[in-house]
Design a protein. Structure first.
Ligand code: PLP
Length: 361
């Protein structure tokens, strides 16, 4: 390894977090959401770790599903958006995938299929998020159309929440009640809950939960949530090292644009990590970083390969280990300083960062 930027992924933490999700509705099923390369953690490694325990997996597209099948994942895999084009149906059948149907247009191509094993379909309702899904008014009709097809087997009634992470919003209750009234008379399993709903909305815990971010150990809430904070274990920790140290006089400016001006004599460290690795350029002055186990702060603008940190009063020098988020610094706290969420920190890491998998088996 040449450049000291690396990320560790503790797969035991992912497994633990999956069991937390399961424990919230022990009699029900939970599909581990491993889209976007398992939120940047490595989809194959995560799926292989969870394969013995997980009831199913969920991904965003065919390519992500095939990658898992080719890595010997045999558990069910749901395509969260179903197919984008009917050409994908041959591969969907060949790889034994479950599909979401989110629009009436996706039903027609299913009618022409003759299959040995009928498809499992998650029929998605737009209960208020207004992104994907069949309208409540058309839902029963879509269900009946699917049910009448020989190519369609089990159907799961599905919807997604827009604001399950917002404790004050009544939106989730409204979505659930609309869903309930629009599915009246349909006897089928139900799938509603993402990570935030699993924690915050007990009534959303139906037959199939869909935990994503919680598997990776980040709380789905941007405020303290006792249960999430106490039970989840961060899986990803991002590291690098201090590669240069300098003493700056008061008035000296740091970095591109000179946006940081030293108010006093400052001992400054330059660290080998930047937005080219996925560390957000939006990170503000004062964003926390851990250097040699001590908490300090980013000063100056994030550049492509380097960031600059305040080492005044910190026991550290060239070669000191720097942690950006993970086991000893919450990704949510860092994300808040970058006007973003932990999801984008995790998925934003680039190829340049070496990945080290811990506890693969
Ligand atoms: C990504 C996704 C999830 C997981 O959401 P988290 O907030 O990460 O738990 C669940 N359901 C659908 C439809 C998704 O797209």
């Amino acid at each position: 390894m040449t450049r000291p930027a690396w990320v560790s992924v503790d797969l035991d933490a992912v497994l633990h977090n999956y069991t937390v999700a399961k424990s919230m509705a022990p009699a029900q099923q939970a599909m581990a959401v491993v889209k976007a390369n398992a939120y940047g953690h490595g989809a194959i490694a995560v799926a292989q770790k969870l394969e013995g325990q997980a009831d199913a997996f969920a991904v965003a597209c065919l390519e992500e599903a095939i990658e898992l099948r080719q890595a010997s994942i045999v558990k069910p895999i749901l395509l969260l958006e179903g197919f984008f084009s009917a050409d994908e149906l041959d591969d969907i059948v060949a790889h034994d995938l479950w599909i979401t149907v989110h629009s009436l247009a996706q039903i027609k191509p299913l009618a022409g299929l003759s299959l040995q094993k009928p498809l499992t379909v998650f029929l998605k309702m737009d209960s208020g998020m207004h992104r994907l899904g069949i309208s409540p008014a058309n839902y029963t009709q879509a269900y009946k159309q699917l049910q009448a097809l020989d190519s369609v087997g089990p159907i799961v009634l599905m919807s997604h929440f827009s604001s399950a992470d917002d404790a004050s919003a009544l939106t989730t209750e409204a979505q659930m009640s609309l869903f309930k009234s629009a599915t009246q008379g349909l006897t089928a399993p139900v799938s509603l809950a993402n990570s935030a709903a699993i924690f915050a909305h007990p009534q959303s815990r139906q037959q199939w939960q869909r935990p994503g971010i919680m598997l990776y150990g980040a709380s789905p809430f941007n405020y303290p949530h006792k249960l999430a904070d106490q039970t989840l274990r961060p899986a990803m920790t991002l590291f690098s090292e201090v590669i240069a140290v300098r003493e700056l006089a008061a008035g000296e400016k740091v970095g591109y644009g000179g946006t940081w001006v030293c108010a006093q004599p400052t001992r400054m460290g330059t660290v080998a990590l930047g937005y080219g690795d996925g560390y957000p350029r939006q990170a503000k002055n004062g964003t926390p970083v851990m250097v040699n186990g001590q908490r300090t702060a980013l000063i100056g603008r994030v550049s492509m390969d380097l960031i600059t940190v305040d080492l005044s009063g910190i026991d550290a020098g060239v070669g000191s280990r720097v942690e950006f988020w993970g086991k000893s610094l919450s990704a949510n706290e860092v994300a808040a300083c970058c006007d973003t969420i932990a999801y984008t920190l995790f998925t934003g890491l680039t190829q340049r960062v070496h990945r080290h998998l811990l506890n693969t088996s």
